[in-house]
Design a binder for this molecule. Structure first.
Ligand SMILES: *[C@@H]1O[C@H](CO)[C@@H](O)[C@H](O)[C@H]1NC(C)=O
Ligand SMILES: *[C@@H]1O[C@H](CO)[C@@H](O)[C@H](O)[C@H]1NC(C)=O
Length: 177
């Protein structure tokens, strides 16, 4: 009897350990952390007949995107954070300066292993040219990030290709309090 209970306890303890080890990446409990979105203009979802590489043609329409996101600001960490889903409305393009003015809604869905653990949604004017830096407001979150407030500081590394997002939450996720 005693050994059966002992084994049951050990199994329970191992399950707890496994649970805590796989519950989340460390960033899940940070108020501030960086991720990098790696985009490919060829994967934009644009209306039929529109050339996604022609910014003049994109002006006045919306384009959707689904891109991989890694942890860290360099884009080279190889640590999967999740997927960025969203769309932008392109309201202006300055061809001379090669500056794209748009308004984007973005949801970062965080994965740990195969399972999504939560998401953060942010929106705002999106000034899309290299070295552009601005903030968008976090409008909310789900799962680990339910009730999220704060800002995302966007740093455009390469327009239409690489974006660094510094997520600045007002408070740690509910799971970490
Ligand atoms: C880009 O799109 C604009 C507007 O549709 C068009 O006038 C222009 O010829 C296009 N440029 C190229 C290089 O296809
Ligand atoms: C990420 O993967 C690439 C390609 O496999 C490799 O060259 C690079 O060193 C990796 N970076 C890190 C930080 O492990």
């Amino acid at each position: 009897m005693a050994s059966v209970r002992c084994v049951a306890l050990m199994v329970a303890a191992l399950a707890l350990l496994a649970g805590s080890a796989s519950a989340q990446p460390p960033e899940g409990c940070m108020k501030t952390f960086a991720v990098t979105e790696k985009a490919d203009p060829a994967t934009f979802v644009v209306p039929t007949g529109v050339d996604p590489n022609n910014m003049t043609a994109l002006t006045g329409i919306s384009a959707g995107f689904t891109n991989p996101v890694v942890f860290g600001g360099s884009g080279n960490s190889n640590r999967t954070a999740g997927i960025s889903h969203g769309f932008c409305y392109y309201f202006g393009y300055d061809a001379k300066e090669e500056k794209t003015y748009n308004y984007c809604h973005t949801t970062l869905v965080f994965y740990y292993g195969p399972a999504p653990i939560g998401s953060i949604t942010f929106s705002g004017p999106f000034s899309d040219w290299a070295d552009s830096v601005f903030e968008n407001a976090i409008s909310g979150g789900t799962g680990w990030f339910a009730g999220a407030n704060g800002v995302v500081k966007v740093e455009v590394k390469s327009a239409l290709e690489q974006y660094k997002y510094v997520v600045r939450l007002d408070e740690k996720s509910r799971q970490c309090k």
